[in-house]
Design a binder for this molecule. Structure first.
Ligand SMILES: Nc1ccn([C@@H]2O[C@H](COP(=O)(O)OP(=O)(O)OP(=O)(O)O)[C@@H](O)[C@H]2O)c(=O)n1
Ligand SMILES: C[C@](O)(CO)[C@H](O)COP(=O)(O)O
Length: 237
């Protein structure tokens, strides 16, 4: 029996899905490539639609996206497609936040999740909300670094101490007002590769909640098979 959730905050998902997938080099946007027989974005959206903790899911696609209607039916309940993608991931998210201003309250929790992470599960969504739902600076799923880290930034190869290093995943979860302010005020949008870094720039420390390797970001062609192997597994933690 799953314990009732502590927080009573309304939670919505916002999935940025307006990228072109340049590193995948598939000739079409990677978020529509098949993973275990289903479009990647369908799998990602279904994780939120299957979660009883998510009130609504918003998907941001590019204005001219010609694929989405074949993946998300316009008549489907619980999900809304927003044709307001921007030139960067951050722009797409900011445009999406502004588009739902009338539907989302300042105190609602927004879970921003990459369309390119189809391995998310309702259990991981619950873990994030339970772990950081009441944290003033929000939180995100992340994985502790377990390999030795090398840096080629200097004149010679250097080893970076790995204690305290984590690899950020998504969802990254913040109340609507904080996230909107953080992204609107980000001094260098190109330096904001994740939403948490914009929130950190305001002086907050989002909580890190341990995620799962199955929640990898499908970025390169070799990631497709890895994602499919995880999809073949039964429900993970
Ligand atoms: N202008 C953009 C760029 C990215 N994204 C989304 O942000 C997520 C993470 O970005 P990434 O993995 O980099 O996807 P792409 O930008 O498509 O990949 P690439 O950088 O290889 O082009 C993806 O779901 C992507 O669709 C977006 O909504 N709008
Ligand atoms: C948000 C993110 O997935 C956290 O690891 C990552 O920063 C996205 O980077 P991308 O270059 O936009 O894929």
């Amino acid at each position: 029996m799953t314990e009732p959730l502590q927080t009573t905050r309304r939670c919505v998902a916002l999935i940025p899905a307006a990228g072109v997938g340049a590193r995948m080099a598939a000739g079409s946007p990677k978020q529509y490539l098949p993973i275990a027989g289903q479009p990647m974005l369908r799998l990602t959206a279904d994780a939120f639609l299957a979660s009883p903790l998510i009130s609504h899911t918003y998907i941001v696609v590019s204005e001219g996206d010609g694929y989405i209607d074949g993946v998300i039916s316009p008549s489907e309940t619980g999900v809304t497609v927003l044709r307001c993608g921007g030139p960067t991931r951050m722009d797409s998210i900011l445009n999406g936040l502004r588009a739902v201003r009338e539907q989302v309250a300042d105190t609602d929790l927004v879970l921003v999740h990459d369309a390119a992470r189809p391995g998310l599960t309702p259990a991981l969504i619950r873990k994030l909300i339970e772990g950081a739902g009441d944290a003033p600076g929000g939180g995100l799923l992340a994985l502790p670094v377990v390999d030795t880290v090398k840096s080629t930034r200097g004149s010679a190869l250097a080893t970076v101490p790995r204690d305290g290093l984590w690899l950020a995943q998504t969802p990254q979860m913040f109340n609507y007002a904080l996230l909107l302010r953080a992204l609107s005020e980000a001094p260098d949008p190109l330096a904001v590769t994740d939403d948490a870094s914009a929130v950190e720039m305001l002086g907050y420390s989002p909580l890190l909640i341990e995620g799962h390797p199955r929640n990898l970001k499908v970025t390169l062609p070799s990631d497709i098979r890895i994602a499919e192997m995880y999809m073949a597994q039964t429900e993970q933690e």
